[in-house]
Design a protein around this ligand. Structure first.
Ligand SMILES: Nc1nc2c(ncn2[C@@H]2O[C@H](COP(=O)(O)OP(=O)(O)O)[C@@H](O)[C@H]2O)c(=O)[nH]1
Ligand SMILES: [Mg+2]
Length: 391
């Protein structure tokens, strides 16, 4: 999205990102919109700005209602378990039925659309971890800027992963899937890992612009980057990069803050068809390759046993069991991000263990033989047992 914005518009955008209150943000965004020249090159950013404005107005409205005490439906769900995963999809596909099957929650289920009006959490137990699953009101694929969509997608943005639910009996299923993915993408929620990820954090703690992370800058220098940021009135910032990143990616990140959400797709009501193979094949052409597609039936309880493992794997989390010498491992795992090292785990147990770390013994997938001695930078795998030795 290279927007080629005039300086005035950039300044307004800077004002928007510096704004502290919702009212200030709304005002700045309105000013921004009226300062952007309308042509093909600014279409995307205008689309983003209008949506963001609608979301902010929505949020303001909601807060006002809460203040007067009446309170609209409560939309925020406190996170629980090792991760919060949101069930998303059009009406009547069986989202609530799936929540009821997979968790202890008892949502209302009915053949009528829009039965679910507020998000409902439940706990999905996968082996020895609990994952919070949140049922939501349906996405509106016709009036995509509806206020309910704003709230549901707000939930999705805040969650750790999403489970998209469709059903085989949907008329024009492929079109529904396509429109759902478009809706997410339009709100900056991407379900396929971005090739380059950029996060721009303003920070008074740093002098100038600092680039961190394992990524590469493609075709531009840190100087070019500093110039671009300065045109948005960002002078002190940490720019995190992962993968290959272009200057356009940076500009998009400043403006729209895209987020990657790990996702899986459930195709429900599989009991209604004899041979789902054909439907699944067609869907796999539309749905990005790294998003698993799972045929299920909430009614018959088919296919659902794999959902816990799939979600857990998609979250890029692993379980690590710590143990003391000559003792049994702690049965409660530490749930940590994939790629974690032994020294990091030591630090999580106790700062002293990391500081005085000597070596560790590891049992599990990351080592060649049980009880292998490893150093602090050894990368752990799901299910590993770690015994840390410190002085
Ligand atoms: N045949 C069939 N019907 C289902 C299945 N799952 C849900 N339903 C029905 O679909 C309708 C909508 O279910 P609900 O869970 O309320 O969908 P939601 O609107 O997505 O939350 C209800 O009548 C359910 O009984 C399924 O796996 N197979
Ligand atoms: Mg429902």
């Amino acid at each position: 999205m290279p927007a080629n914005l005039p300086a005035e518009a950039k300044a307004k955008l800077a004002k928007y990102s510096e704004a502290r209150t919702i009212e200030e943000k709304i005002r700045a965004l309105e000013e921004f919109i009226s300062s952007v020249p309308k042509h093909k090159g600014t279409e995307n950013i205008m689309l983003w700005a209008r949506r963001r404005l609608a979301e902010l107005r929505e949020e303001l409205e909601l807060r006002k209602r809460k203040k007067v005490g009446g309170g609209g439906p409560q939309f925020f769900v406190e996170k629980g378990g090792v991760a919060q995963v949101v069930l998303l999809g059009p009406p009547n596909v069986g989202k609530s039925s799936i929540l009821a099957r997979l968790t202890n929650a008892k949502p209302e289920i009915s053949p009528y659309p829009f039965t679910t009006k507020t998000p409902i959490p439940g706990m999905l137990v996968y082996e020895d971890v609990q994952i919070q699953l949140v049922d939501t009101p349906p996405l509106n694929l016709v009036d995509t800027d509806s206020s309910l969509n704003n709230r549901v997608l707000g939930l999705a943005r805040n969650a750790d992963a999403i489970v998209l639910v469709f059903s085989v009996d949907l008329v024009d299923l492929e079109d529904v899937v396509r429109r759902t993915l478009d809706l997410l993408e339009g709100r900056g929620i991407v379900v396929t890992r971005l090739k380059g990820v950029v996060r721009v954090r303003r920070s008074r703690g740093v002098e100038g612009v600092k680039v961190v992370g394992p990524g590469r800058l493609l075709g531009f220098t840190v100087d070019d980057l500093a110039k671009l940021l300065a045109s948005y009135r960002i002078y002190n910032a940490v720019v995190e990069v992962e993968g290959d990143v272009t200057l356009d990616d940076v500009e998009s990140a400043i403006i729209t803050s895209k987020v990657y959400k790990p996702a899986i797709v459930l195709v429900n009501k599989i009991d209604l068809v004899d041979e789902p193979g054909d439907v699944l094949k067609r869907l796999s052409k539309i749905i990005p390759g790294d998003v698993p597609i799972v045929p299920v039936s909430a009614e018959r309880g088919l296919g659902l046993e794999t959902v816990g493992r799939m979600v857990f794997e998609k979250l890029d989390l692993i379980r690590v069991y710590t143990k003391s010498p000559n003792k049994e491992p702690d049965p409660r795992p530490l749930v940590v991000r994939r790629g974690v090292t032994v020294i990091e785990v030591a630090g999580m147990v106790h700062a002293r263990l990391a500081k005085n770390f000597k070596y560790a013994r590891v049992w599990g997938k990351s080592v060649k033989y049980p009880g292998q001695r490893v150093g602090g930078d050894h990368v752990l795998e799901d299910g590993d047992i770690v015994e840390i030795h410190a002085s």
